[in-house]
Design a protein around this ligand. Sequence first.
Ligand code: AMP
Length: 200
Amino acid sequence: MEIRSVCVYCGSSDHVPAAYLDAARAMGRAIARRGWRLVYGGGSTGLMGALADAALEAGGEVIGVLPDHFYTPQLAHTGLTRLEVVPDMHTRKARMAELADAFVALPGGFGTWEELFEILTWAQIGLHRKPVALLNFRGFYDQLLAFVDFALGQGFLYTEHRNLLLEAATPEAVLQALEAFEHPGGIAKWLRRPPDARRA
Ligand code: AMP
């Protein structure tokens, strides 16, 4: 599927080394340079704000989707192409997923990981066939990836599902991995029961 719109999940904290903010800016510029639309959580802080500002400065289209409890002057980005304010977090994540053809997680905390694993789980159970990638900037996600592979080795993940999580160390390589992704097909085939079993 051709990618026109990418959803980025990333940290909202301002208290991180400047290199992470630079990585978010590089991602924002890379997305805008490709002519892709950026969809993100609509915040103005941390990597989220840096990402959106850089994409806008590079002439990109940026859509933020913010739950109304975050719609405050301190947290909301007011200079976006469009800001959608939604009633709650579940509506937000569903809307971000609907607006995007691909997903990327940059360095972040619980919120970022939760969004990443939700969209990956949706791929695992066959709810969508869109690519999902991690920006493993300066090895930020090495330990998470090691844990994922440990869980794979222990049989908690299937190899086909492990392979749904793409990874690369630079924004450009992440975007190339999204473009190169070919859905393996049949991911959720064990969910389909034979017609007789369905009738029983
Ligand atoms: P975290 O990684 O815990 O900083 O959470 C960042 C992710 O959660 C983002 O991708 C957002 O969708 C959401 N989020 C958390 N905090 C905020 C905030 N202050 N403003 C907007 N979105 C936030």
